[in-house]
Design a binder for this molecule. Structure first.
Ligand SMILES: [Zn+2]
Length: 175
């Protein structure tokens, strides 16, 4: 599973992160060793930040500016963020760590977080897909329930794992 992690140490200036490929989700955190805390820089879909990634051909990786991540983070709707089990402070300055998260990994993280508003009947995600309610039968991901979904563009109804409600696209329209 592709994911990146890199720490910056000492007095080195921290102004960007390095990442190999576009993640489905991205979490960037700042580790403050003096205070012993973690602050959040970015938490949201990879889509939103990827257009700002600069490719470095000689190294075969991309860089993303921390200032840009902070800026985009403010525009990420709360329901598209990976819910923290313990709330994290927003970024100040210092050492940075980050993690690109693929979808399977996100569903795993959600198992340990409380039920989000995406699982409430009537929730409509940004692809205009509406949650019609829990079907009370197990999904095909570990520890996930199935939800009835309806595309508000074409009316197509289908089933989705709870962890996918927020990001599902219509299987009919997007075919
Ligand atoms: Zn549709």
């Amino acid at each position: 599973m592709p994911k990146g992690q890199r720490k910056y140490k000492g007095t080195q200036k921290v102004d960007s992160i390095v990442i190999r490929e576009k993640p489905d989700y991205l979490i960037v955190e700042y580790l403050d060793k003096k205070r012993g805390c973690i602050c959040e820089i970015y938490n949201g879909p990879g889509d939103y930040v990827w257009e700002y990634a600069s490719y470095v051909p000689s190294m075969n990786f991309y860089t993303l500016r921390v200032s840009k991540l902070l800026e985009i983070d403010k525009t990420v709707p709360a329901n598209e963020k990976i819910e923290a089990v313990v709330p994290i402070e927003k970024f100040c300055k210092g050492e940075i760590k980050f993690q690109g998260i693929q979808k399977e990994e996100k569903s795993f993280k959600e198992q340990s977080s409380k039920k989000g508003k995406t699982l409430i009947t009537g929730y409509v995600n940004r692809n205009n897909q509406e949650n019609l309610g829990c079907l009370n039968k197990p999904g095909n991901h570990y520890n996930q329930m199935l939800y009835a979904m309806r595309c508000n563009n074409c009316g197509f109804e289908y089933e989705a794992n709870g962890c996918d409600v927020a990001i599902r696209k219509c299987p009919s329209c997007s075919r």
